[in-house]
Ligand binder design. Structure first.
Ligand code: NAD
Length: 348
């Protein structure tokens, strides 16, 4: 038995990653599509065996409530549309899986959480890294103090973009630039790895003057987060450099370095440690899994067994609160203190 999903937005991520990933799912299947393009709907529905009557436009999206095959709505739209389609989806009586970033602001995240609670429906943010085996292994090694106490993490998620007309470069649709789009991985993954919340941030932002790509949204954000016990996380995100997606966790007696940490595939984990032959360096290889399939099957299991998801709406809300502090710090040129939110338990 599989949980039925409606995919909202037939853009790059849905077509290239999510729909193909259903082929590797054991508990999830696509049963409905929502798009503004009738041609795309017809073509994709035929390809994935979805009934014509289970294809919707944005205008008749609310009719999903009458489709008993749909249990989950997966929202894969531009960021500023996540809140509206989550609220309407919950009101249609469906559980919601929402792409990252959860919304454009922490206020919107709260609205989404409240709407799902009111409708008694589950809300999960699609933080695929938390379902990826290498990242989970690093989290376990930190938790088990494999190399002693962790002292600091360096992390980067950068790429280049070329089209200033894409919604990612429009503030009202994207909510921000490199930070909420790709820098968010550095932020969310650090919280996941450490299992604690930052208490203070200090940030610097830059956008090249006159570059149309960065007229509305930031090109570069660097920020430092202070975690309990003096742990520091140094993060950089950039929209105008060659792809680079890694972190290095520095502990008392060793380090863990994950290349392609935030990529869809190709994670490469190296470690160095002081035990045994001095300065041993290893590459650790484990079985990789499709992150989208693992993530969707996790949510399906939560729906089937009425369990809370591992990355609920509160997890997205916390990231938005921290991102707002990062922007504030960059604007004001001084550190901003954070109040940890109770109830986020990433080690669940
Ligand atoms: P995309 O531009 O390829 O697709 C967006 C879709 O939304 C398109 O089909 C477009 O037609 C539709 N749309 C509806 N109303 C629109 C409007 N007013 N303006 C622009 N497009 C509109 O984007 P994408 O890369 O598929 O990203 C979609 C969401 O998925 C974003 O929230 C993004 O952050 C997220 N995403 C997540 C990952 C991940 O690894 N988890 C990767 C890529 C994107």
């Amino acid at each position: 038995k599989r949980v039925g999903y409606a995919l909202v937005g037939l853009g790059h991520l849905t077509l290239e990653e999510i729909l193909p990933a259903f082929g590797e799912c054991k508990k999830s299947k696509p049963v409905a599509l929502v798009s503004g393009s009738p041609e795309k709907l017809k073509k994709v529905a035929q390809q994935y065996g979805i009934k014509p009557e289970s294809c919707y436009s944005y205008d008749n999206y609310d009719k999903l409530k009458d489709n008993p095959e749909v249990q989950v709505i997966y929202i894969v739209l531009p960021n500023s549309m996540h809140a509206e389609y989550t609220v309407r989806g919950a009101q249609a009586g469906k559980h919601i899986l929402c792409e990252k970033p959860m919304a454009s602001s922490s206020a919107e995240c709260q609205l989404m959480i409240d709407a799902c609670k009111k409708a008694n429906k589950k809300l999960m943010v699609a933080y695929r890294i938390q379902y990826e085996p290498y990242n989970r292994l690093v989290r376990d090694m930190i938790r088990d103090s494999k190399f002693g106490k962790t002292k600091y993490i360096q992390t980067q998620n950068s790429q280049s973009s070329a089209n200033p007309n894409h919604w990612r470069h429009k503030k009202d649709l994207a909510g921000g630039g490199s930070l909420p789009d790709i820098g968010l991985y550095c932020l969310n993954t650090s919280r996941f790895l450490l299992g604690t919340e930052p208490t203070e941030v200090f940030a610097y932002s830059y956008s090249t003057p006159g570059n149309p790509l960065f007229k509305e949204v930031e090109e570069h954000m660097s920020w430092q987060m202070r975690f309990p016990d003096g742990i520091i996380v140094d993060s950089i995100t950039h929209y105008n450099t060659h792809d680079s997606r890694f972190y290095r966790v520095n502990s008392e007696r060793g380090w863990l370095h994950l290349d392609n940490a935030y990529a869809y595939t190709g994670q490469r984990l190296q470690t160095s440690h002081a035990e045994g032959p001095a300065k041993m360096q290893n590459q650790i290889t484990i079985e990789s899994k499709n992150q989208f399939a693992t993530e969707m099957d996790h949510f399906s299991e939560c729906v089937m067994n009425d369990k809370p998801p591992h990355t609920p709406g509160e997890e997205g809300l916390q990231d938005h609160r921290i991102m707002e502090a990062i922007y504030q710090s960059a604007r004001e040129g001084k550190p901003v203190k954070l109040t940890p939110v109770q109830g986020t338990d990433v080690f669940r």
